[in-house]
Design a binder for this molecule. Structure first.
Ligand code: IPE
Ligand code: IPE
Ligand code: MG
Length: 253
C-alpha cells in the first residue's frame, strides 16, 4: 500500500470516500512480536497495550464513531494460566490507568462478551468503565473481552426462546432484527471494516453475526507495531472498496 501519512484519507476511489463508522480490530501478533526480539510474550502484550492507546486516540481524532477491539477471546482460556493471568492484569491496568482519560475525551466504553469466569474485581472494573462513561457522546469504544461470537449467538437464541416460553414473544416475531437486539452488541451498528493484524486471515470467533457485510483488511503488521500510519492505510484500503450488499455495482448497474 502506498498511502502517505500526510494524505492517506481521501486518496481512495470510493465514490463517497467515506470513513467507516465502525471499525473492529483483531489485535493479533503480540507473542510473535516479542519472540522476534527474544522477549517474553508478556512484553508483547504490554507493548500491544501501547498500540491500543494510540489506536483509540487516532480513531477519536479521525471522528470514527465506533471502535471495537478484541481483547480476550472465549478460547484464550486455553493458554497457560500464567499468560491468562497476565492478560487479566493488563486489562485491570488499562481500566485503572486509562479510564479517567477516556472519560475526559468523551469516550463511551461498552463491554461485550460474558462476565462469567472473570474475577469479581475485573467484573467490577468493567462495570465501572461502562457506568462512568455511559453518557459520553464521542467515540464508542467496544471492548470484546471474554468474547466469542458463537457463544454470543447461543445466548441470544436462549433469551429469545425464554421470551417465547414465557408467552412474551411469538415465533413469527423472531427475525434477524430480533436476534440482533438480543446480542451483546444491541444498539451498536454492524462493523463496516474489520482489521486483523499479524497476517492471520481468520475471524477466530469474532463478531460472526455482525460482520456479515463487513470489509476485511488483513495486514502483516504485528499488533505492537500497529501505528497511525498502519491504521490510515487500512482505512484508505477500505475507501477503495466498493460495497454492494448483494446488489449491483454502481458502475455496471
Ligand atoms: C494477540 O496476540 C493478543 C491476544 C490474543 C490476547 P497473541 O498473543 O495472539 O500473539 P501471537 O498470535 O501469539 O503472536
Ligand atoms: C484472536 O487471536 C483473539 C484476540 C485477538 C483477542 P488468537 O491469537 O487467540 O487467535 P488464533 O488462536 O490465532 O485463531
Ligand atoms: Mg494470536
Amino acid at each position: 500500500m502506498s498511502a502517505s501519512p500526510e494524505k492517506p484519507m481521501l486518496t481512495g476511489s470510493r465514490p463517497d470516500g467515506a470513513l467507516p463508522a465502525h471499525v473492529a480490530i483483531i489485535m493479533d501478533g503480540n507473542g510473535r512480536w516479542a519472540a522476534r526480539r527474544g522477549l517474553p510474550r508478556f512484553e508483547g502484550h504490554r507493548r500491544g497495550m501501547e498500540a491500543l492507546r494510540a489506536t483509540v486516540r487516532t480513531a477519536g481524532d479521525l471522528g470514527i464513531r465506533y471502535l471495537t477491539i478484541y481483547g480476550f477471546s472465549a478460547e484464550n482460556w486455553s493458554r497457560p494460566a500464567a499468560e491468562v493471568a497476565e492478560l487479566m492484569s493488563l486489562l485491570r491496568h488499562f481500566v485503572r490507568r486509562d479510564l479517567a482519560e477516556l472519560h475526559r475525551n468523551n469516550v463511551r466504553v461498552r463491554i461485550i462478551g460474558t462476565r462469567e469466569g472473570l474475577a469479581p474485581d475485573v467484573v467490577g472494573l468493567l462495570a465501572e468503565a461502562e457506568s462512568l462513561t455511559r453518557n459520553n457522546t464521542a467515540l464508542t469504544l467496544v471492548v470484546a473481552f471474554n468474547y466469542g461470537g458463537r457463544q454470543e449467538i447461543v445466548r441470544a437464541a436462549r433469551s429469545l426462546a425464554a421470551e417465547v416460553a414465557a408467552g412474551r414473544l411469538t415465533l413469527d416475531a423472531i427475525d434477524s432484527d430480533a436476534l440482533s437486539r438480543h446480542l451483546d452488541t444491541a444498539e451498536i451498528p454492524d462493523p463496516d471494516l474489520v482489521i486483523r493484524t499479524s497476517g492471520e486471515q481468520r475471524l477466530s470467533n469474532f463478531l460472526l453475526w455482525q460482520a456479515a457485510y463487513a470489509e476485511f483488511v488483513f495486514t502483516p503488521v504485528l499488533w505492537p507495531d500497529f501505528d497511525r500510519q498502519a491504521f490510515e492505510e487500512a482505512l484508505a484500503e477500505f475507501q477503495r472498496r466498493e460495497r454492494r450488499f448483494g446488489g449491483l455495482s454502481s458502475a455496471t448497474g
